[in-house]
Design a protein around this ligand. Structure first.
Ligand SMILES: [Zn+2]
Ligand SMILES: [Zn+2]
Length: 237
């Protein structure tokens, strides 16, 4: 966690007046004491001289720091910043392309299986019986669920098992979240099937273009992004 400047300042102790919240360099007590000494003994008093020398070297190093070229927080190269970083630009456009392909696949699955808003899904609960040392299926009960929300933000190649479909139990109101299946959902494989499809699937603007991935990548480091891109594609760099 990054501490806010005020919190950090509170942890500082002044070695001169022993109070909290500033250091010797910015101590007002020391500054007043030095000014009193200066009035009585002049600039050449050893403590006054030491104070002045100190101030001078601090401001010199501060201005040296200010003149130093800043490096990019993404690729650590000098001469540009994160906003204009060509490496980050390249990585983003690659990630957007990967995500666009991924979103296209998910959308076609959603359309093919009719698992849009309002679709009715059916799950099967089996009650097991026990007879002559063997389990047998005693009975099964179907439960109906309605898809009440498609969380498009939860769908990206970074999050292939994101639980994007929120379903409400039509008799109890209980809600569960499931991910978009990669093949026709069936009771055997997914333990649910589509009882009544829906053709309502309006992805938000920008979703199909894959651009939403930008938000997630902006806050990552170069190493993190490279690892993801290498895992997800044939990214050579
Ligand atoms: Zn102080
Ligand atoms: Zn850079």
């Amino acid at each position: 966690m990054i501490m806010a400047p005020r919190e950090r300042r509170n942890t500082v102790w002044c070695s001169y007046c022993m109070s909290k919240g500033h250091n010797r360099q910015t101590c007002e007590v020391l500054k007043k004491d030095i000014e009193r000494l200066r009035e009585s003994f002049g600039d050449n008093h050893p403590e006054v001289k030491e104070y002045d020398d100190n101030r001078r070297s601090i401001s010199a190093s501060a201005s040296r720091r200010a003149k130093m070229p800043r490096s990019c927080t993404y690729c650590s190269t000098h001469g540009h910043n994160r906003r204009t970083c060509p490496t980050l630009k390249k990585h983003l456009s690659y990630a957007i392309r990967l995500n666009r392909d991924y979103c296209k696949e998910v959308l076609s699955a959603i359309e093919d299986y009719g698992i849009g808003l309002g679709a009715i899904l059916r799950t099967e609960d089996q009650t097991l019986g026990w007879h002559k040392n063997r389990h047998f299926i005693q009975g099964s009960r179907h439960t109906l669920w309605m898809i009440v929300e498609v969380d498009w933000d939860a769908i990206s190649f970074l999050n292939p098992n994101g639980r994007a479909l929120r379903c409400r139990n039509m008799s109890t109101g209980e809600e569960i979240e499931i991910s978009v299946p990669k093949m026709q959902p069936s009771l055997d494989i997914h333990s649910w099937e589509v009882a009544s499809p829906s053709a309502s699937f309006d992805a938000p603007i920008g979703w199909e273009s894959g651009e939403l991935i930008k938000k997630s990548l902006q806050s990552m480091t170069l190493d993190e992004v490279q690892e993801i891109l290498q895992e997800c594609g044939r990214y050579g760099e």
